[in-house]
Design a protein around this ligand. Structure first.
Ligand code: GLY
Length: 406
C-alpha cells in the first residue's frame, strides 16, 4: 500500500510538473545572437537561390510573388529595383562570400541606367541602395560616378519656389495633384546627403535640407502621424491638398508612410546633427511604438487606421523599415529611450525571424519574408513578399549585430 501510494504520488507529481516544464521550455527565448545570425545565414542562402534563378534573364530584378508564390520581376525603372542588389551587398558584407559580391555587382549593373532618370524621385531609392552600398563596401570609384550622376538627376526635380523635390510627374492617375510630394520621398535624400559630402556639392545638401524642412512643416499632423501625399500649388508654393494614395483614407496613418518618415528624419539627423530632425524622429517613433493598435509582436497592420483591425493584413515591410530606423535612432538618444527602441526592434527581429513571417527555404520565390502589403487601395501586392521588406530586414539585422557586437 505504502509502495503503491508512493508510485502514484510520484506519477502525479511528474504529470503535474511535466506540462509546466514543456511549456517553460517552449517559451524560453532563443538568444538574440542565434536569432540574428541564423536569420542572416538563411538570407544568404535564400538570396543566392534568387540570384541564380534570374541569372539568365538579363534586365530583370525580383519584386514580389503572385498569390501562388511564383516570383514576379521588374525592370530597372520600377521604384524597388535597387533593393535586391543592395541586399546582396549587405549579405556580402556579412559573409565575405565572393559569389555574393559577384552577384551584387551584376545585379547593381542591371539598374545602372537609372542614374539618368529625371522623370521620378525614385532614382534615389534605386541608386543609393545598390550603388551606394556597393561604394560603401568596395570604395569602387566607378560606383561613385553613378551616384553623382543620379544625384544631379534627382535635384533636377527640385523646385525652389516650393522647396521640395517633386515625387510623381503628371499622369492620368494623379492629375488631381499639381505638385505631389509623398512622405516616401524623404528616403531619396540619403543619396543627396551622402553625395553632398562625398563631392562637396552644396546644391545637393541645400535641396535635401529644404525638402526635409518643408516636409516637416506640411506633412505632419499634430499627433506626428503623416499624410501620404501633400500636393503644392505651383503658383503660391503652398500646400493645396493633403491626401493619400496607398493608405486607407486621407486622414489615416498608412503604416509604411510612418516608417519612411521615421527612417528619413533619423537619417537627416545622422548627416546634419540638427536636433530639430532628431526631435521629429523621436516624435514619430513615439506615435508608432505607443500606438494602441500596434500589435504586441510589433509588426503593424498595413494602416494604423485600417478597418477591421485586428482582422486585417499586417505589413512586414513597414515592420522591417521601422526596426532598422529604431536601431539607428537608439544611438542618438538617452539610455532609457534607447533601451525602449531596442526592445521594440528586438521584438520585431524575433517576430520576422519566426516561421510566422519567414519563408521556408526555397519557397515563395526565394524571398526572405512573407506578409507585406504593397498597395491596398489598388489591391495589388496584398499579403505577399516584397523585396524591400527583405532589404530593410537584412539592414536591421546588420545594424543590430553591429550595435550589440553579436
Ligand atoms: N514608395 C512606394 C511605397 O512605399 O510603396
Amino acid at each position: 500500500m505504502y509502495q503503491r501510494l508512493s508510485i502514484c504520488t510520484l506519477l502525479s507529481v511528474v504529470l503535474v510538473f511535466l506540462p509546466i516544464k514543456i511549456h517553460a521550455q517552449s517559451d524560453k527565448e532563443e538568444p538574440i545572437k542565434t536569432v540574428v545570425n541564423g536569420a542572416l545565414d538563411f538570407s544568404v542562402q535564400q538570396s543566392l537561390r534568387m540570384a541564380h534563378s534570374l541569372q539568365n534573364q538579363p534586365g530583370l530584378l525580383p519584386r514580389t510573388t503572385d498569390r501562388f508564390g511564383t516570383l514576379q520581376t521588374c525592370r530597372s525603372d520600377w521604384w524597388a529595383s535597387g533593393f535586391f542588389p543592395g541586399m546582396l551587398w549587405y549579405l556580402y558584407e556579412y559573409s565575405g562570400n565572393e559569389e555574393l559580391k559577384k552577384w551584387a555587382h551584376e545585379y547593381s549593373m542591371r539598374v545602372e541606367d537609372q542614374q539618368f532618370t529625371t522623370s521620378s524621385h525614385d532614382v534615389g531609392f534605386i541608386i543609393y541602395c545598390s550603388f551606394g552600398n556597393g561604394f560603401r563596401i568596395t570604395h569602387d570609384t566607378a560606383y561613385k560616378k553613378v551616384i553623382r550622376t543620379a544625384s544631379h538627376s534627382l535635384i533636377s526635380r527640385f523646385r525652389q519656389s516650393i522647396g521640395c523635390i517633386r515625387s510623381w510627374d503628371y499622369a492620368e492617375w494623379n492629375k488631381q495633384w499639381q505638385y505631389p510630394v509623398i512622405i516616401d520621398n524623404m528616403m531619396n535624400l540619403e543619396m543627396l546627403m551622402m553625395a553632398a559630402k562625398e563631392f562637396d556639392e552644396p546644391s545637393f545638401f541645400n535641396a535635401a535640407v529644404s525638402h526635409a524642412n518643408v516636409t516637416m512643416k506640411n506633412h505632419f499632423r499634430t499627433d506626428y502621424s503623416s499624410f501620404h501625399v501633400v500636393s503644392y500649388d505651383t503658383v503660391t508654393g503652398l500646400p493645396e491638398l493633403k491626401q493619400t494614395a496607398q493608405g486607407y483614407n486621407h486622414g489615416s496613418a498608412w503604416a509604411r508612410g510612418q516608417a519612411w518618415g521615421l527612417y528619413g528624419f533619423t537619417m537627416m539627423y545622422r548627416f546634419t546633427k540638427d536636433t530639430t530632425y532628431l526631435a521629429q524622429a523621436k516624435h514619430i517613433a513615439d506615435f508608432i511604438i505607443h500606438h494602441p493598435r500596434l500589435p504586441v509582436d510589433k509588426i503593424p497592420y498595413w494602416d494604423f487606421d485600417a478597418p477591421n483591425i485586428p482582422d486585417c493584413y499586417r505589413d512586414a515591410s513597414a515592420g522591417s523599415i521601422i526596426c532598422s530606423a529604431l536601431i539607428e535612432l537608439s544611438q542618438y538618444v538617452e539610455k532609457e529611450l534607447a533601451n525602449t527602441y531596442l526592445s521594440v526592434a528586438e521584438s520585431q527581429i524575433r517576430t520576422l525571424s519566426s516561421s510566422q513571417y519567414r519563408n521556408a527555404p526555397g519557397n515563395n520565390g526565394n524571398f526572405i519574408l512573407k506578409h507585406s502589403v504593397g498597395n491596398m487601395p489598388n489591391t495589388s501586392e496584398v499579403d505577399v513578399p516584397l523585396i524591400y521588406a527583405d532589404y530593410y530586414f537584412v539592414e536591421a539585422l546588420m545594424r543590430f549585430k553591429k550595435l550589440k557586437g553579436l
